[in-house]
Unconditional design. Structure first.
Length: 430
């Protein structure tokens, strides 16, 4: 299997699309293992895409596209501006708060970053903000959606690692809000440094804030309803995706009356484009995952790590470094599908809660969307803002520091992360 992984990395460096790189390297593994029936190759490709839990992914992607066309996003922008207009780098702060509020709507860091660049970017440059600074803020703050439910990454991790998605959703709130706070501090420092002053002299009065909360109530209720329905068994995570689509249609057509037939067709088109790539990656990753298990790679790596250290914090440091490097070259979905079945048995052997580890892992691998040389969100935001990737990366340094602080808090204070899932579901042993 190590040969197949090396072949995959070579194809990736040569610029081959990720889905095809996975497929060809998985095919190469079967060529090197003639004793394995070829029917397994077809079965694993199909079975990965036919998981009932995986059904949540296309449903939430469709729901996210619907919500972006229903007026929910524009109302969240206004609410964010009311909350942060008095702070340094006010529109940058809007991006931070909007990412936090949008976590329950889009579920995708890349989609969130691109959307915010298109909405907030022109206004930022109009006010004299450097295009690279605007791209960096919108790109890195999109990372907040990695943990705020219904994160696509958490659904993937929970499915592949056989970890409760409901507990993962509950665990994502605290680190999401911690990252929001650290990102706001980073934005304030950076804005002070570059002279990006606040829009308002004073914070908005409570009456104005409450009024904007009222206008945004349908968006704010969404993640809360998901947690309640999943916890009390009203629906599974997959069924909650169908509920999300219905909810978006109801709000767009009945409440805000902004979703017409043309917008609906555009939502369907965008969703099909997003899902075609994800489905191919999911299908071909089944072959890859089979090879990982067949060659007992998790057991081999476990024994190697155990021989290196018996300290779980040192183990987590080694894993974080490894995932950071992976994130620089591979997409979040690919890393999650390939690495999760390898790492979950290892961390459980060290007594680390898989829910706690899932939050750490998804934060790190999602950060890869914003890191060179293969950061999808980094290139997308730089392209939208018409600036060089190097310029965006330079302005992004304070935000990477904020991410590091958030990850450190997550690693060393597991009970803080597990407080809500333990409250909702009860304590669970590793």
């Amino acid at each position: 299997m190590l040969n197949a992984i090396g072949f995959f990395l070579v194809l990736l460096f040569l610029g081959m699309p990720v889905a095809f790189a996975i497929a060809i390297s998985g095919f190469a593994f079967f060529l090197m293992r003639p004793e394995i029936p070829w029917t397994i190759l077809v079965q694993k490709s199909l079975s990965t895409t036919q998981s009932f839990t995986m059904l949540a992914i296309p449903l939430f992607i469709f729901a996210g596209n619907l919500m972006n066309h229903t007026g929910i996003t524009s109302r969240l922008v206004r609410l964010s501006n009311v909350l942060t207009g008095h702070m340094w780098g006010s529109i940058g702060q809007v991006s931070v708060v909007l990412s936090t509020l949008m976590g329950g709507v889009s579920g995708s860091a890349v989609a969130d970053a691109a959307m915010e660049c298109r909405i907030l970017g022109p206004e930022m440059t109009k006010r004299g903000y450097a295009p690279g600074w605007a791209a960096a803020v919108n790109c890195l703050t999109g990372l907040i959606v990695a943990t705020i439910p219904p994160s696509m990454g958490l659904i993937l991790y929970g499915t592949v690692g056989e970890v409760s998605i409901g507990r993962l959703f509950c665990a994502g709130f605290v680190p999401g809000f911690i990252m929001c706070a650290t990102m706001m501090v980073a934005t304030s420092w950076s804005a002070h440094h570059y002279g990006y002053k606040p829009d308002h002299d004073k914070p908005s009065p409570p009456k104005v804030i409450l009024a904007e909360c009222g206008r945004s109530i349908w968006a704010l209720m969404f993640p809360i309803l998901l947690i309640i329905f999943i916890r009390f068994g009203v629906m599974t995570p997959s069924e909650s995706g169908a509920f999300a689509c219905f909810y978006a249609l109801f709000v767009g057509v009945i409440i805000y009356k902004e979703l017409d037939w043309h917008e609906f067709k555009q939502c369907v088109t965008d969703s099909v484009k997003d899902l075609s790539v994800i489905t191919m990656i999911l299908a071909f990753s089944g072959i890859f995952s089979y090879g990982v298990v067949y060659d007992q790679l998790p057991l081999t790596l476990t024994e190697m790590l155990v021989s290196l250290t018996s300290n779980k914090y040192l183990l987590l440091l080694l894993i974080i470094i490894m995932l950071t490097v992976f994130g620089m070259f591979m997409e979040t979905t690919v890393i999650t599908l390939i690495v999760t079945p390898i790492l979950v048995p290892i961390i459980q052997r060290y007594g680390i809660d898989p829910v706690h580890f899932g939050i750490i892992m998804m934060t790190i691998v999602t950060m890869g969307c914003s890191t060179p040389p293969v950061g999808v969100a980094l290139y997308t935001c730089s392209d939208i803002m018409h600036c060089k990737v190097e310029e965006t990366s330079r302005y992004a340094v304070p935000y990477f520091i904020a991410i590091g602080i958030t990850v450190a808090i997550t690693v060393f204070f597991p009970q803080l992360i597990l407080a809500i899932p333990n409250l909702v579901y009860g304590s669970a042993g590793v």
